[in-house]
Write a protein that binds this ligand. Structure first.
Ligand SMILES: Nc1nc2c(c(=O)[nH]1)N[C@H]1C(S)=C(S)[C@@H](COP(=O)(O)OP(=O)(O)OC[C@H]3O[C@@H](n4cnc5c(=O)[nH]c(N)nc54)[C@H](O)[C@@H]3O)O[C@H]1N2
Ligand SMILES: Nc1nc2c(c(=O)[nH]1)N[C@H]1C(S)=C(S)[C@@H](COP(=O)(O)OP(=O)(O)OC[C@H]3O[C@@H](n4cnc5c(=O)[nH]c(N)nc54)[C@H](O)[C@@H]3O)O[C@H]1N2
Ligand code: SF4
Ligand SMILES: [Mo]
Length: 765
């Protein structure tokens, strides 16, 4: 069912070109330039004094957790600076002194604002008071908090079924807020709890759950320091997890080797200057990757298969390349895997990878002799049709080498948002967990629904088909993050009510349901006061450690409210004061929320005390080599087929990636320093030989089209940039290219959209 846009809003914003400038990509990450860039941005956004004061408290024991990525802090943080360039940018972005208030919306209609680019929208600043967009109106206007809560409650009461409401979460929320949110949805009667991780590491969760019995990674930060080999597949740490480079540096100083598996030679992996030590300021820096394997997009499975085949051949001679005792004791499926691998021809696998045999042989020689191996990965593995299989194939490698559950070994899915892992741990999930439901019944006193809810892809479809009427978002920018932007926009516009609990203005505030609410919230870096006392909340990092975070800055305005309080108020407005969950008390007292988390969420215990200081690790069965929850009580070696990768003669494989100047849909700036691109985002990176073959020249303008199920989708006007990328592969930025990702093509089982392998054509303008 298609619906007419109720307001004349743009889904994409400005598509104009600015004065693009190209330079050589930088050959090293961080160092002096990184720090200078970060401080420049942060000073401009939030002033010098506030910046210095808050940066010193970021990632420190009595301070606040960096709002950017989920990379863990060391147990003993450096007292001077425990942050990176992008952490500082995230802080500056959140704590900006630019504000958007009711007056701003009085002057600017949503139709006018929608013509701005995502970069310009974010620059407008912090949302500082609750606002409502009434049916038919094009201007947001002020609303009191109480009226906003009553409006939500009355709309929810009109629903025929609780499944007509959808509750999205982005991974920046605290454990406390996410817990209340998840329990509110369940108390209402729905598991419609889509989450940004559905678009992110869901493939990792599924693959690791199937093979190792837990959807999380098994390594700790300290494990990386003394690993012998770290493989980094489909991840760009120099931009997205910059402090990971310090851990890699430590590993290398201890004699470890780093192998990068990536179609691109990403900056931080080539050369890294650590701004925290003197060599990093003035010296030549470290060469991070000892071996770089420039694999074709989505050809990691053939690559790992070939590595395994070569290791098997060596093992058959020496008998000690694989850990046979480990394989017999802890795994099942070894013989079946050997049999399956024998079906493949080395030469065909090699051709598919696009990598030189010499560098694969070097990798094999390195892996053959080592046992302390860690695999790190991110979106380059998860966002493909075969995302789950990609990860299972790397797990095979680890299991054969016995590199699981022992010190300095294991799986390291590097998470995105700072608390995306915690949100899932405290109950943001659309599927039914019987154990969780039992505990909710026993400890919280209500019966949660026992039917599955919708994930991100399911939400898009439900809204498009008019099956969902209320769409609420705890953070994030659903419209620009989800695939198939125009489809998603139509879906959102079908809703009666959309509610955004947010810090910064974004396009999901402009493309809305008939009625829309903006509920502005306190940021990570800001003080959360109650009765004159500051409150803290808890987060879980990428390696499963739970710790406290306490903001230090004055909130953006006295009209913003904390996330837990907003949710508790909605709970109270809907359920009143006679509900088994005491919403009023929960909104006021986070300690009470934490005690409920301890009772209901798996592995949490005595959080109030244990989350102090460096915090505590949640239980992880892999670290104890306990696979009792899996078939025959063993870790599963799996058989994974080769990815489907047929391209028509004029087609290319496109990956949608992040620039150095963005956090997901939040565009901090228009430069991608590490890739040498300045003042532009509508660019497409292309192999120079491929350009020559089709007569394209540097900075030529093309439309990018994708055709799936006879539907042609177009991303308009991109400038071509010659770049070191394997032939047949293209790269472009997300979210500008999300219009190309079909809503109904996603990873099998995890349903993560195929954002890293889109078949496209280029049409010269
Ligand atoms: N500064 C900053 N930090 C961030 C974010 C941000 O936007 N900005 N986002 C956060 C979030 S939510 C996430 S999920 C993470 C994302 O962190 P990343 O996953 O590092 O982010 P992407 O830019 O999507 O990069 C994917 C990498 O995979 C490579 N790649 C793509 N396809 C393939 C493939 O088929 N095989 C292999 N081997 N490699 C491939 C790309 O070249 C690229 O280097 O970062 C988090 N941290
Ligand atoms: N094509 C393509 N699409 C992708 C990806 C890709 O690589 N390619 N990556 C996917 C991935 S990995 C992810 S995680 C998603 C990201 O999807 P989302 O999490 O939905 O998007 P973000 O851009 O992180 O959300 C930014 C907004 O969050 C709000 N916000 C920021 N901080 C806070 C806070 O503390 N509290 C609250 N309540 N709100 C806050 C601000 O209003 C800001 O505008 O995108 C996915 N989409
Ligand atoms: S690595 Fe990630 S968490 Fe650490 S300071 Fe940088 S952006 Fe923040
Ligand atoms: Mo993510």
């Amino acid at each position: 069912m298609e619906s007419k846009a109720q307001r004349n809003v743009s889904f994409r914003g400005s598509e104009d070109f600015l004065d693009i400038e190209l330079k050589e990509p930088v050959d090293h990450a961080a160092g002096y330039l990184g720090v200078r860039e970060a401080l420049k941005h942060t000073f401009k956004e939030m002033g010098v004094l506030r910046s210095m004061r808050s940066l010193l408290r970021m990632n420190q024991k009595d301070g606040f957790d960096c709002p950017s990525c989920a990379w863990p802090d060391p147990e003993h943080p450096s007292p001077v600076a425990e942050y990176c360039e992008n952490g500082a940018k995230a802080l500056g972005d959140e704590a900006t002194t630019n504000h958007v208030d009711a007056n701003f919306f009085k002057k600017n209609s949503v139709e006018e604002l929608s013509l701005l680019s995502d970069y310009e929208l974010n620059k407008c600043g912090r949302l500082v008071e609750p606002l409502v967009l009434r049916p038919g109106s094009v201007h947001y206007e002020p609303i009191t908090w109480n009226d906003a809560f009553q409006l939500i409650a009355s709309e929810l009461k009109k629903l025929d079924h609780p499944d007509e409401a959808i509750f999205y979460t982005s991974g920046r929320s605290s454990n406390e807020a996410a817990f209340l949110y998840g329990m509110f949805a369940r108390a209402l009667g729905t598991n419609n709890l889509p989450d940004c991780s559905n678009m992110c590491h869901e493939s990792s969760g599924v693959a690791l759950g199937e093979t190792l019995g837990i959807g999380k990674g098994s390594t700790t930060l300290e494990d990386l320091y003394e690993a012998e080999v770290i493989l980094i597949a489909g991840q760009n740490p120099g931009t997205n997890h910059p402090r990971m480079l310090s851990a890699l540096e430590k590993c290398k100083q201890n004699g470890g080797k780093v192998i990068s598996i990536n179609p691109l030679e990403e900056s931080g992996l080539v050369n890294f200057k650590n701004p925290q030590n003197i060599n990093g300021w003035i010296g030549g820096g470290e060469d991070m990757a000892d071996i770089h394997l420039p694999v074709n997009i989505n050809q990691d499975i053939p690559l790992v298969k070939l590595i395994l085949k070569k290791l098997i051949a060596l093992d058959q001679i020496s008998g000690n390349v694989f850990d046979h005792e480990f394989i017999t004791t802890y795994t099942q499926g070894y013989d079946a895997l050997l049999k399956d691998l024998a079906r493949y021809k080395d030469k065909e696998l090699l051709e598919q990878t696009g990598v030189s045999e010499d560098s694969i042989d070097k990798t094999v020689a390195l892996l053959a002799n080592k046992s302390k191996i860690i695999v790190c990965w991110a979106m380059g593995l998860t966002q493909h049709k075969n995302g789950v299989e990609n990860i299972r194939e790397f797990v095979n490698l680890l299991l054969l080498k016995g590199a699981i559950g022992k010190p300095n070994t294991g799986t390291c899915p590097v998470r995105g948002h700072s608390n995306v892992q915690g949100d899932r741990s405290v109950g943001i999930q659309h599927f039914v967990d019987k154990g969780l439901n039992e505990r909710i019944k026993n400890y919280l006193g209500f019966t949660p629904p026992d039917h599955e809810g919708v994930d991100v892809v399911g939400s898009m479809k439900a809204m498009y088909e008019g099956k969902a009427k209320i769409f609420m978002c705890l953070g994030g920018n659903f419209l620009m993050a989800a695939s198939d932007t125009e489809y998603t926009a139509k879906g959102i516009q079908n809703c009666d009510l959309t509610v955004q609990i947010s810090t910064k203005l974004n396009r999901t505030h402009l493309v809305t349901g008939k009625t829309a609410l903006i509920l502005p919230t306190i940021g990570r870096s800001e003080k959360d006061m109650k009765d004159g006392k500051p409150r803290h909340f808890t987060v879980e990092n990428s390696m499963g450690r739970v710790k406290q975070s306490k903001g230090i800055l004055k909130p953006a305005s006295d009209k913003v409210m904390s996330e837990p309080e907003i949710i508790a108020n909605i709970g109270r407005a809907y359920f009143g004061d006679n509900h088994p969950m005491d919403w009023k008390a929960l909104g006021a007292d986070y300690e009470l929320i934490r005690s409920q988390i301890d009772q209901v969420a798996k592995g949490f215990e005595n959080t109030e005390e244990r989350s102090q200081g460096a915090g505590y690790y949640l239980p992880n069965n892999v670290r104890n080599l306990d696979f009792s929850m899996l078939p025959n009580g063993k870790a599963q070696i799996t058989i994974n087929s080769l990815p489907e990768h047929t391209l028509q003669k004029d087609e290319y494989m496109l990956m949608t990636i992040r620039s150095h100047d963005q956090f997901n849909t939040t565009i901090y700036g228009l430069n991608d320093r590490y890739r040498g691109v300045y003042n532009a985002r509508r660019v497409i990176f292309m192999n120079p030989e491929d350009m020559k073959a089709v007569g394209l020249k540097k900075l030529d303008v093309v439309d990018i089209t994708s055709t799936y199920d006879q539907t042609v989708r177009t991303a308009h006007k991109f400038k071509v940039i010659p770049y070191t990328i394997p032939s047949g592969n293209l790269a472009s930025y997300f979210p500008e290219t999300n219009v190309l990702v079909p809503f109904n093509h996603f990873a099998l089982r995890s349903k993560t959209p195929i954002s890293k392998s889109i078949k496209v054509r280029l049409v010269k303008k």
